[in-house]
Design a protein around this ligand. Structure first.
Ligand SMILES: NC(=O)c1ccc[n+]([C@@H]2O[C@H](COP(=O)([O-])OP(=O)(O)OC[C@H]3O[C@@H](n4cnc5c(N)ncnc54)[C@H](OP(=O)(O)O)[C@@H]3O)[C@@H](O)[C@H]2O)c1
Length: 294
């Protein structure tokens, strides 16, 4: 990246936002809900302008509560669809590259296929619908942007699936987990590193062309198997004292407010062609769990 300014990170306190900012150091500047009203475009522009010269913008803010989005549809669309469009407009007006994150939940059940960027999205829940509307709001703006779709994100010290499994396992009771939801666990630090590498290549003149890019941890696993791997890593790292059994169930047997797609794996080969690949999920998990506490 050029030395013309700092990288603006929106959603500063989230898993990916905080990972980006810790890697950017003094070349990053974070904006959180404490700095601006994310539902007010004028307030947002004021906060962005106050950040000083900016060379790139990354939006890591999102309404991520998949179940609650069903009853808070308006709020989910405000943060996941309207906000990214405003940020894209701000970045385009200043001719700075813009990275926005989306999700594998823009797709329905994969039924054994891995989803490519060119596949047609068809979300099965409000969260997925709102994220898809956000992708489209970003792509409608004539700027230099990329939408990175990722999945199953975790980071030590934050609330996420890995942390929840460790906390439940620490209680010593068996866990019940679905075995038909398959995905690619993604370490937020790994994703942040890849995002910054992508921006580096943009500064060398490779435009991002308003494209979509799939970027998730390498490999895939179902929730039950992932839980077993988390527990094993937790025992090995001394985070929990002993392993507990994981009992398998299916998505159809669960009662959640939002429907979740089964077998929803992103094909990340397009990113690999650009020289960007995330760590195999097992390796990233082992590393991250060492920093976790229950
Ligand atoms: N977590 C996952 O498993 C997952 C899976 C697929 C895709 N993604 C995508 O990856 C990106 C990063 O996710 P993440 O896991 O880092 O998210 P996260 O930890 O949940 O952080 C999201 C941040 O968004 C802001 N935010 C959330 N709700 C808000 C609201 N109602 N009003 C205003 N701001 C709000 C907050 O920023 P401040 O605290 O800084 O104010 C929050 O820290 C998102 O686009 C997400 O959709 C995540």
């Amino acid at each position: 990246m050029t030395a013309a300014g700092r990288t603006l990170v929106i959603g500063a306190n989230g898993q990916v936002g905080s990972s980006l900012l810790s890697q950017l150091g003094s070349s990053g500047v974070g904006i959180s809900r404490n700095d601006a009203d994310f539902s007010n475009q004028v307030d947002l522009v004021r906060a962005f302008d106050a950040a000083g010269p900016v060379q790139a913008v990354i939006n890591a803010a999102a309404y991520n509560n998949v179940d609650r989005a069903e009853s808070e549809r308006e709020e989910a669309f405000r943060i996941n669809a309207e906000l990214p469009g405003w940020i894209a407009e701000w970045a385009a007006a200043r001719a700075v590259p813009f990275v926005h994150y989306s999700t594998e939940y823009v797709f329905p059940d994969g039924n054994g296929v891995t989803w490519r960027e060119s596949d047609n999205p068809a979300p099965v829940n409000t969260y997925g619908e709102s994220k898809l509307a956000g992708e489209r709001a970003v792509q409608r703006v004539d700027g230099n942007s990329v939408v990175i779709r990722t999945s199953w994100v975790y980071r030590a010290g934050k609330s996420n699936f890995v942390q929840r499994v460790l906390e439940l396992a620490a209680l010593g009771n068996p866990l019940t987990m679905v075995s038909d939801q398959v995905g690619s666990p993604t370490d937020a630090a790994d994703l942040a590193r890849a995002t910054l590498a992508l921006l580096q290549s943009t500064s060398r003149g490779e435009a991002m062309n308003n494209q979509i890019l799939h970027l998730a941890g390498s490999g895939s696993v179902n929730r039950a198997e992932f839980s077993r791997a988390i527990i094993e890593a937790g025992v090995h790292a001394g985070v929990i004292r002993s392993a507990v059994p994981v009992i398998e169930t299916s998505t159809s047997a669960q009662t959640a407010a939002a429907r979740r797609p089964t077998n929803c794996v992103l094909d990340c080969s397009k990113a690999r062609v650009l020289g960007i690949e995330l760590t195999p999920w097992q390796e990233a998990l082992t590393r991250a769990v060492q920093e976790m506490r229950v």
